[in-house]
Structures are given as C-alpha cells and as structure tokens.
Unconditional design. Structure first.
Length: 143
C-alpha cells in the first residue's frame, strides 16, 4: 500500500505542479512538464540553469518505479522460488527491452492503441472478479 501511495505521489506531483504553474491548457501540451518547470527556476542571481534537477527528478523517479515494480513482481512470482533469481530475470528482461530500438512516435502509438485499451480491459475484469469475490465472501459470512 505504501508503494502504491509513493507511485501516486510521484505521478501526481509534477502533474499538479504543471497545472498550477502553466495552467491546464498549456500543461496538457507538454510531454514532460517537469523539464519545463525546472527551466523557469532561478536560484539567486547567478544560478539560473537548473536543468540538472529535471534530469535528477526524472532518473530518481524511474529508479523508484522500476525498483518497486521488480520488488512487487518478485514477491508475487516467487512464492517458493529463490527471490534473487526472479529479480535477476526481471532485470534481464528490462535490459533486453531497453536495448530494443524504438522511436517516440512508435512508442506513443503502441501505448495509445494497444497498451491502454488492453490494460483497461484487464483492469475491468480484475475489478469485476474482485467485486464478485468480495460479495460472495460477505454473503458467506452472513450465513
């Protein structure tokens, strides 16, 4: 639960900041609003280029998301298998997928046309199964 809250805050923080800083119309046009937020920052009179912080925010958020995903995946997959072995396999799969060359437009097409609809479909199925399970469990407890 704590990991889920951390991921939610990692996603909502830059989004809310961009909406507050630029307005909803302009923020919707930015692909990476955190970069634009760090560009307008100036600390004092001489320190006006804070682009390093944008890269740091991007990399640290990515490391946290990937690490939490691998941890959760290893806990789900490895019930009786060696957890270290599962973590190594998951990281190897990440490395292989990162080495595959793909440009931004093809990636966006994949995400919007395939990944999101399939994920939405599985989320609806998962929520339906969970609702049915909880309803049946509640009825069993009443008897």
């Amino acid at each position: 639960m704590l990991a889920g809250l951390l991921i939610i805050f990692l996603m909502l923080g830059p989004t809310i900041g961009a909406i507050v800083e630029f307005g909803p119309d302009q923020a919707a046009k930015y692909r990476y609003p955190a970069y634009e937020q760090w560009r307008i920052i100036s600390i004092g009179r001489y320190f006006s280029h804070a682009d390093f912080f944008a890269i740091f925010q991007w990399l640290s958020g990515g490391v946290i998301r990937i690490s939490l995903f691998v941890l959760i995946a290893s806990k789900i997959i490895a019930k009786e298998v060696n957890t270290k072995k599962v973590i190594r396999i998951v990281y190897a799969l990440f490395l292989i997928t990162c080495l595959y060359p793909i440009d931004q437009s093809n990636f966006s097409t994949f995400v919007y046309e395939y990944y999101r609809p399939v994920t939405f479909f599985f989320l609806i199925i998962q929520m339906s199964i969970l609702t049915i399970y909880l309803t049946m469990k509640k009825r069993a407890l009443r008897r």
